[in-house]
Design a protein around this ligand. Sequence first.
Ligand code: ATP
Ligand code: MG
Length: 199
Amino acid sequence: MRKAIFGGTFDPIHVGHLHIAYEALYNLKLDKVIFMPSGNPPHKVNRVVTAAEIRYEMVEAAISKEPLFEIDDYEINNSNLSYTYKTMEYFNNLESQTDWYFLTGVDSLMDLKKWRNVDILLENCNLAVFSRPGYTHEDIVQMKNYIEKTYKKEIMYLEIPVLDISSTVIKEKIKLSRQIDYLLPCGVQEVIERYHIYK
Ligand code: ATP
Ligand code: MG
């Protein structure tokens, strides 16, 4: 089996996330993409993050129509800070016959020097990187080369059309009472309204 974990704060999940999950599924010929909402993201400790249970519910609603998308609460149930290397080590030990991938946008990859135990992470999975607005092809290739040289492991760079959408922009639009229907997957807005978040 070939499976990917797609980690994120998902505050909220948006169509940009589903777009890359689908492209990963298709291009990497995966059997599953497992969405992993972070419990306590180390890089967002100084920011207000919506309760994990609500972020989980939004992801659940967003992926409900796609049988090859799943959700897992491993990081949410872990009260410690969520570190990707620990998550991948856990899943790789659990299913060592599976080929594991970790999906990430290039903005997160550019912070790789701040990631904990990248060597352990790369022993336990393949990294698949997606472009995001704000980064040139050269930026990405340079980072890819640096990682491959440093850690002696190939990483995958998937060049797919980018969608210039972020959770931050969606929250700003909600504050301004702007329309966000077309940026959110089905069912997510209903959860946002039910919990009165982002107002
Ligand atoms: P925020 O604005 O709060 O940082 P975000 O839109 O970046 O939100 P995250 O939950 O931080 O969403 O992202 C989870 C993962 O998805 C990261 O690896 C990020 O790079 C990637 N990602 C998010 N949006 C996009 C997008 N539009 N295109 C490509 N990758 C994306
Ligand atoms: Mg982000």
